[in-house]
Structures are given as C-alpha cells and as structure tokens.
Write a protein that binds this ligand. Structure first.
Ligand code: ATP
Length: 265
C-alpha cells in the first residue's frame, strides 16, 4: 500500500498548523515522523486517517483519495493506533481486539472461528493473551497500548498508522512493539519521540518543525547533530554503532553541553 500526501495545509482556529506538507511512504516501508512537541505530527497523522480534513491538498492510498473512501473501505486498508485511546465504555480486552475484525464483516454478523483465531493471535503477538477476559479500563497505560496495537493487527490492514506507539511502554515492550511492527511486512507510518528507536527501526524519516517538513531521508542522513540542534534545540553527539551500523544519539545535560561549547570555543 503506497501513501501519497501532496501539498496539504491544515488550519485550526485560524492558525496554520501544517503548511504545504508532501511526503511518500512506499509499500512495505516503515517510515518515521519526528519533530518537537506541537510541531504537527498528530495533526498530520489525523489528516491521513481522516479525523481532520486538510484545507487543501490531496492524500491517497494506492492512488485512491482517502476522503473518497467509505469508512469500511478505509478501515480495510488502514489501521490506526492513536496516541490516546478513544474507548469510552468498558469492554474486555478480547472484545476490544475483536473490534478490529468488524471492517471484514457484514452488519450484525457474529465472529467466526477464524475471526477468534486472528484475535487470539493478535493478543499473543503483543504478549497480552493472559489478559483476554480482563476489563480494558483496569489495565495500565502500557497494557492498554499493547491491546490497541493487537486490535490494529486483528484488522489485518496493509497500512498501519501509529501515533507514538511506544508512549507508556517500558523499554522491553518498546523494543517488542518496534520489532513487531518491523516484522509485519506491511506499510507503516509512525510518529516517534525516541530518536534512537527511530534510528534502529525506521527505513526513512521525515522531520516536522513548526508545521513544515524540514528534512527527510534515511536515519543515517537525517540524524545529524546540526539537524537535531536546529529542530529540537539540544546538543548531541551522534555515533555509528560498530556492530549494527546504526546511528545512536547521545544527549547531554545543559551543564555538560555548555561545558563542551566552552571547550570548543
Ligand atoms: N483543535 C485544535 N485547535 C487549535 N489548535 C490545535 C488543535 N489541535 C492541535 N492544535 C495545535 O496544533 C499544533 C500541533 O499539534 P499536534 O498535536 O499535531 O503536535 P504534535 O507534534 O503531535 O505534538 P506532541 O509531540 O506534543 O504530541 C499545536 O500547537 C496544538 O496546540
């Protein structure tokens, strides 16, 4: 599934939130979206998953305008894990996961044995099978996140949109979720705060700053101290890990940063 975003701009309450944003995610790629708080990452993702219509521009999945698709057609193509869960009523974990099957069924059609198997497998893939009958509201933030990822997996869409998927997760589950997403073999577009996770797992990155795309490329091309300084306003040292060949970003406390700058001067 190929995503094309062409020249979209978004205005909210008379303020420009996204300005002339264009990007591509090619079939099978895992592409990350990074940028500071308030730079417009969630707004861009919302425009893609049709929660917020841009003022102008065009967004397509395999050539089809996402705003021309029915809700069902859209859900068959695209699964979304939002930053905040939108679950308002208490369901069991398995009920939540099985909601992912609804785009594949007719109205009021009950779950088949195959649907249940897909739901169980999705729960297993995020390590939550023991929680199937637990109330969703009783879960911790990280457990909820894993269940919502399982629901997206049960949806079996070919394009996955993730808004900070590792938010709330401890380091083991951050790695588990990123490994899982990487091995799905589907097209993924994900906002990420952790630059080292982005370096480890993403094929390409887009960088948003103040509502505009300011850099793009492989993590090796994008994760440079100059780019990170300009966009995030922090000093870093970026090294290539000798074993993996991946970039690793080291951050410094303000005191160490100013000491380093004095030494350079
Ligand atoms: N409904 C709204 N009305 C007005 N401004 C909004 C609205 N929704 C978001 N914004 C503003 O748009 C800007 C971009 O917000 P957005 O949530 O897209 O940023 P983000 O990059 O995802 O941030 P974070 O990393 O903090 O999640 C922010 O300044 C935010 O205050």
């Amino acid at each position: 599934m190929n995503l094309h975003v062409e020249n979209i701009s978004v205005e909210l309450e008379k303020k420009t939130i996204l300005r002339d944003v264009s990007l591509k995610v090619r079939s099978g790629e895992f592409v990350g979206l990074i940028g500071p708080n308030g730079s417009g990452k969630s707004t861009l993702l919302k425009s893609i998953y049709r929660a917020l219509k841009p003022r102008c521009g065009f967004i397509s999945l395999d050539g089809a305008d996402v705003y021309e698709l029915s809700a069902r057609q859209s859900a068959q193509r695209m699964a979304v894990v939002r930053q905040e869960s939108s679950i308002e009523f208490d369901f069991t974990v398995m009920e939540i996961v099985m909601m992912g099957r609804s785009p594949h069924k007719k109205l009021f059609q009950s779950d088949t044995a195959a649907d249940s198997r897909i739901g169980e497998e999705a729960l297993e893939r995020v390590g939550m099978q023991e929680y199937a009958s637990r109330s969703f509201f009783s879960l911790s933030g990280g457990e909820k996140k894993r269940v919502l990822i399982a629901r997206a997996l049960a949806q079996q869409a070919e394009f996955l949109v993730l808004d900070e998927p590792t938010n709330h997760l401890d380091v083991r589950y951050q790695l588990q979720v990123m490994n899982l997403v990487k091995t799905l073999g589907i097209t993924v577009f994900s906002s990420l705060h952790d630059l080292n996770m982005a370096a480890m797992y993403c094929d390409r990155l887009y960088v948003l700053s103040g509502g505009e795309l300011v850099a793009s490329g492989t993590p090796e091309e994008v994760l440079e101290p100059g780019v990170i300084r300009d966009v995030f306003g922090v000093e870093t040292e970026v090294v290539t890990h000798p074993g993996t060949g991946k970039k690793h970003v080291y951050f410094f406390s303000e005191a160490v940063s100013s000491q380093r700058q004095k030494v350079k001067a």
